[in-house]
Design a protein around this ligand. Sequence first.
Ligand SMILES: Cc1cc2nc3c(=O)[nH]c(=O)nc-3n(C[C@H](O)[C@H](O)[C@H](O)COP(=O)(O)O)c2cc1C
Length: 189
Amino acid sequence: MNEALELLLKRRSVKAIDMIEPGPSDEELNTIIRCGIRVPDHGKLGPWRILRFAGDRRRAFGAVLVAAWQAAHPADPPARAELERGRLERAPVVLAVISRITPEHKIPEWEQELSAGAVCQNLLVAAHAMGYRAQWLTEWFAYDRTVAQALGLGPHERLAGWIHIGSSAAEPPDRPRPDFADVVRDWEP
Ligand SMILES: Cc1cc2nc3c(=O)[nH]c(=O)nc-3n(C[C@H](O)[C@H](O)[C@H](O)COP(=O)(O)O)c2cc1C
């Protein structure tokens, strides 16, 4: 079968926690990102942007995560918040995909947001095609106000996903997939 189709039929995520080095080189990452931003985009609004976290930046961002956890859970002991510091270090590279909509535009907001989802999926597929593993996560820190502020998100921006990219020691087992017949039907007039 054609390689692209095989990849789409077999691709599956590897949990960030199971990721190991190596991650993509700078050049490889640029290619993955170029694939990511080549997505359908009604109205050519470019309703997304990407922040890269690799190397020391992942650890540095840990301070933001610890502070955000503390702010959201003031009763928690500091040791609990401290657990969040290494969150971005589970994978060699993490990309924050930010949905950036133009409000009150003739292109509905929903369509602009869907385009950001397409960016996330293209990143996963491109990383996989290059032989890396990837996972699309949101977790608590896609929805946290302190984190959003630290990322400099504007009023019409929000996190679509934290795309984790790396390698893994083992082939991940597949998960149950939807039954084709349950989700696909011919339209009946
Ligand atoms: C928008 C979005 C957010 C997600 N957030 C999480 C998350 O926070 N935690 C998690 O365990 N899985 C999350 N997932 C699920 C995983 O990315 C992934 O779908 C799952 O591990 C199975 O992956 P596969 O179908 O690519 O093999 C999310 C998926 C999507 C589409």
